[in-house]
Write a protein that binds this ligand. Structure first.
Ligand code: NAD
Length: 478
C-alpha cells in the first residue's frame, strides 16, 4: 500500500484534514494505496510556499538550475525500475512502456535544463543616438500545471521541464488515478536540491483546485493537459484574469494510407502506436482512411499485427497491452461502441485471450462508420480504430480536416511530394509521414483548433514560460 502525500513548501505531508482517496490497480481492481486530498488550507499553503520557492529558484544562476535539473534526471534514471513498477500498478501500461516513458521524461528534463542556459536576450539597434534597447526574457512566475493520468510522469516532465528551465516555480495538480509515480518523479527534484516551494504537488478535487489556483494573483501561467471540454473551461477562467495558458487537449487523429504506401511498415507502426497505452494517448491514430486499392491488403496485415498483441497484467513478461485506467473509461468506451453498433457499424476483434478481471477493453476495429455515430465526433481515447476508405485524396483530406480536433495526423505514402502536400494541408499541430516520430523534447508538441494552443516541446516551450520585456535607456556619453 502506497500512501501518496502532498508536497507543500518543501515538506511532504498529509492533507490538513487527513482526507484521502483510494487508488485502484486497474488490472486487479483492488485498492493499492491512498492519495491525500487537499483542502483549501493546503492550497493556500502551496501558493505561499511557491511564492518563496519562485524567488529562491530565480535567484540561482542558470548554471546552478541546470545542474539541479540534470541531477534530478540522473536520479530518475537510477530509480526508473522501481518507479516504472509503481506506474504500471496504478495506470496499467506494460512495464516496458513505463520504462520508456521514464527515460523520455529524463531526456525532457535534461533538454530543458540546457535550453535554460540559452535563454538569451537581444540588443535591438536604436534609431536614436545613445539609446540602448535591451530585450530580456524573464520567468513568468508561478505556474499552475494540471496533468492527466495517461502518461503520469511524462505529462508532468514537459510542463515542469519548460517551466523550471525558464526559472519559474510550479504547482503541479497531478492525477488522482495515478498519483504515486508522479510523486516519486518529483521526489527526484527534491533530492537533487531544488529549493523548498519551487515545486509543489497537490491532489484532490480537480475543479476545486483549479478554481482556487487559476484566479490566485500569485499564479501567473496556467498549463493544462486533458479533455477539450475541461480545457475550454480552464482557459475561460484564466482569460477572465488576463493570464496566459498552454492547452494540450484531445485529438481524433486521422491516418491517410495512400495507394503507394509500404503496407507492412504501416501496419506494424500503426499497430504499435494505436495500441500503445491501450490507445489512451491524445495522439493515438483513430480515423483510418484507406485508399480503396490497398484497403483489403492493409486491413489483413493490420489484423494480423493486432492478433499478435498480448493483453494482460503489464507487470508480466511479454504483455504489450494493459487495461484502461479506470472503470469510468471502460464505461465510456462501451457506450461509444454500443452507439456505433446501433447505427450500423460492424466490429472486428482479435481472437486473443482476455483477462477475466480488470478494466480491459478488447482492441476493436469499427467498419462502416457514419457521421451520426458519436465515435465519429468524440475522441474515443482507447484501443478503437475506425476504418474507412477513399478513392479521391481530396475527399480524404476533407475528412481528415472535418473535426474541430487538430492535434496529430499520420500519412503513409512512398511519394515525397504527397507526403509534403498532406503535411502542409492537414490541419493538425503535428503530422507524421511514414512514422510516428512526434513527442520528442526538442520538437514542438501541441495542437490547433479545439486541440488547444501553445507548445510543450522545443525552444518555444521555454519561451512560453517567460515574459519578454524591453529596457530602453538613453545615456549621453560621459
Ligand atoms: P476528465 O475530463 O474528467 O479529466 C481529464 C483530465 O482533466 C483529468 O486529469 C482531470 O483530473 C482533469 N480535470 C477535470 N476537470 C478539471 C477541472 N475542473 N480542473 C482541472 N482539471 C480538471 O476525463 P477523464 O475521464 O479523466 O478522461 C477522459 C477524456 O479526457 C479523454 O476522452 C480525453 O479526451 C481526455 N484526456 C486527454 C488527455 C491528453 O493527453 N490530452 C489525457 C487524459 C485525458
Amino acid at each position: 500500500m502506497v500512501n501518496t502525500q502532498l508536497l507543500i513548501a518543501g515538506r511532504w505531508c498529509d492533507a490538513h484534514d487527513g482526507r484521502t482517496l483510494d487508488v485502484l490497480d486497474p488490472t486487479t481492481e483492488e485498492c493499492i494505496g491512498r492519495v491525500a486530498y487537499a483542502a483549501k488550507i493546503d492550497m493556500k499553503a502551496a501558493v505561499e510556499g511557491a511564492t518563496i520557492g519562485f524567488e529562491a529558484w530565480r535567484q540561482l544562476t542558470v548554471w546552478d538550475r541546470c545542474h539541479i535539473m540534470r541531477r534530478a534526471a540522473e536520479l530518475l534514471r537510477e530509480r526508473s525500475s522501481q518507479i516504472a513498477r509503481i506506474m504500471t500498478a496504478e495506470e496499467g501500461k506494460p512495464l516496458k512502456q513505463a520504462m520508456t516513458e521514464i527515460d523520455s521524461a529524463a531526456e525532457t528534463i535534461e533538454y530543458f535544463a540546457e535550453q535554460g542556459c540559452r535563454l538569451n536576450g537581444e540588443l535591438v539597434p536604436s534609431r536614436f543616438p545613445h539609446v540602448e534597447q535591451r530585450v530580456i526574457h524573464q520567468p513568468v512566475g508561478v505556474v499552475a500545471a494540471f496533468t492527466p493520468w495517461n502518461f503520469p510522469i511524462n505529462q508532468i516532465a514537459r510542463k515542469l521541464g519548460a517551466a523550471l528551465g525558464a526559472g519559474c516555480a510550479v504547482i503541479v495538480k497531478a492525477p488522482e488515478d495515478t498519483p504515486a509515480s508522479p510523486a516519486e518523479f518529483i521526489r527526484c527534484f527534491c533530492d537533487a536540491g531544488v529549493p523548498s516551494g519551487t515545486i509543489s504537488l497537490l491532489y484532490g478535487d480537480p475543479a476545486e483546485i483549479s478554481e482556487y489556483l487559476i484566479p490566485h494573483p500569485v499564479v501567473r501561467k496556467i498549463s493544462f493537459t486533458g479533455s477539450t471540454v475541461v480545457g475550454k473551461h480552464l482557459a475561460a477562467l484564466a482569460g477572465a484574469q488576463m493570464k496566459s495558458v498552454i492547452m494540450e487537449l484531445g485529438g481524433h487523429a486521422p491516418v491517410i494510407i495512400c495507394h503507394d504506401a509500404d503496407l507492412d511498415m504501416a501496419a506494424e507502426r500503426l499497430c504499435a502506436s494505436k495500441f500503445r497505452n491501450a490507445g489512451q494517448a491524445c495522439t493515438s491514430p483513430t480515423r483510418f482512411l484507406l485508399h480503396t486499392d490497398i484497403a483489403d491488403s492493409f486491413i489483413e496485415k493490420f489484423k494480423k499485427q493486432i492478433s499478435s498483441l498480448k493483453i494482460g497484467n503489464g507487470l508480466d513478461e511479454g504483455v504489450t497491452m494493459g487495461p484502461l485506467v479506470s472503470d469510468r473509461r471502460l464505461k465510456a468506451l462501451t457506450a461509444l461502441i454500443e452507439d456505433a453498433q446501433k447505427k450500423g457499424a460492424e466490429l472486428w476483434r482479435p481472437k486473443i485471450p482476455m483477462p477475466s478481471k480488470g478494466f480491459f477493453f478488447q482492441p476493436t476495429l469499427v467498419f462502416r462508420p457514419s457521421l451520426d455515430m458519436r465515435l465519429m465526433q468524440e475522441e474515443p481515447f482507447g484501443p478503437i480504430a475506425i476504418i474507412d476508405k477513399f478513392t479521391d485524396l481530396e475527399l480524404a483530406l476533407k475528412e481528415a480536416n472535418r473535426l474541430a480536433y487538430a492535434l496529430a495526423a499520420y500519412v503513409y505514402t512512398r511519394s515525397e511530394r504527397t507526403g509534403r502536400l498532406l503535411g502542409e494541408k492537414i490541419e493538425a499541430g503535428m503530422v507524421a509521414v511514414n512514422h510516428s516520430g512526434i513527442g520528442l523534447p526538442e520538437i514542438p508538441f501541441g495542437g490547433m483548433k479545439d486541440s488547444g494552443y501553445g507548445t510543450e516541446g522545443g525552444p518555444e516551450a521555454l519561451r512560453e514560460h517567460t515574459i519578454t520585456r524591453l529596457v530602453s535607456s538613453q545615456h549621453e556619453r560621459s
